[in-house]
Design a protein around this ligand. Structure first.
Ligand code: MF3
Ligand code: CO
Length: 248
């Protein structure tokens, strides 16, 4: 069942989302050569504390950190630690927070210095795919229309789409129905209705779509070691479009 939120609940999710976006901005602004991913996680903790929110990730199925920070060939779920950010890195930051019983969830990939034109294409087109998906969202459309719009941007730009991980509904739990794939067919899947809240989160790879999980049980890396990018917004379905609840 896909939960429809009341206007009051959407307002709380707006506040959760704005706080998640603020934490994400502070972390991304701090991504510079020489800093470790563990230090970035501490910056997130301080920002969450200042905003009166808690990480939605820490403790989730035993996840040990505040955020996920995934560098280069890591697609998602990178556990922050001793890894040092280098010039030319591509860094995906994922932030989820609890606020007044609701989750705000968003992610963004930033580049450090000049990673080269292929990586720039990967990052700009993954962000563009998220925008293309959001542009399809509206009361009455099929979820497959959204998924297909995201996939289309990958196909057009010779990027591959990770299939094992997808977006999700969001609310009083981080993961609610529906699953929101980054691939699919127009006219298929559940119909979106005003008051639903979904997280759309394209994960695109420069090389193969195949992935594997690291021995830490979390980190997801590309099978060929080529870079990946990840962008996520939490959006509410409205009568005539989508409201981005995690505005940058
Ligand atoms: N944005 C991710 C998601 O939607 C973050 C989950 S990380 C975890 O699932 F550690 F909490 F699992
Ligand atoms: Co998410």
């Amino acid at each position: 069942m896909i939960i429809i939120k009341t206007p009051e609940e959407i307002e709380l999710m707006r506040r959760a989302g704005r706080r998640a976006a603020e934490v994400l901005r502070e972390v991304c602004d701090s991504v510079t050569p020489g800093i470790t991913t563990g230090e970035l996680d501490k910056i997130a903790l301080a920002a969450m504390h200042a905003l009166g929110v808690k990480s939605a990730f820490k403790g989730y199925m035993g996840y040990p950190a505040q955020t996920c920070i995934s560098v280069n060939e890591m697609v998602i779920h990178g556990i922050p630690g001793s890894r040092v950010i280098q010039d030319g890195d591509v860094v995906s930051v994922d932030v989820g927070v609890w606020y007044e019983g609701f989750v705000g969830d968003n992610a963004k990939t930033v580049v450090v210095g000049d990673p080269g034109s292929d990586v720039m294409r990967l990052v700009t087109k993954t962000e563009e795919a998220l925008a293309a998906g959001i542009a399809k969202v509206k009361n009455g459309v099929h979820l497959g229309d959204v998924s297909n719009a995201v996939e289309h941007v990958a196909n057009e730009n010779h990027l591959s789409v990770v299939r094992e991980y997808v977006g999700h509904g969001c609310g009083r739990s981080m993961h609610e129905e529906p699953a929101v794939p980054n691939f699919g067919l127009p006219g298929r899947g559940p119909i979106l209705r005003t008051g639903m809240v979904i997280c759309i989160e394209p994960m695109f790879n420069l090389g193969t779509r195949r992935i594997r999980t690291l021995s830490d049980g979390w980190g997801v890396v590309t099978a060929d070691g080529k870079p990946a990018a990840h962008f996520e917004h939490m959006v509410a379905v409205t009568d005539d479009g989508a409201e981005i609840l995690t505005p940058r």
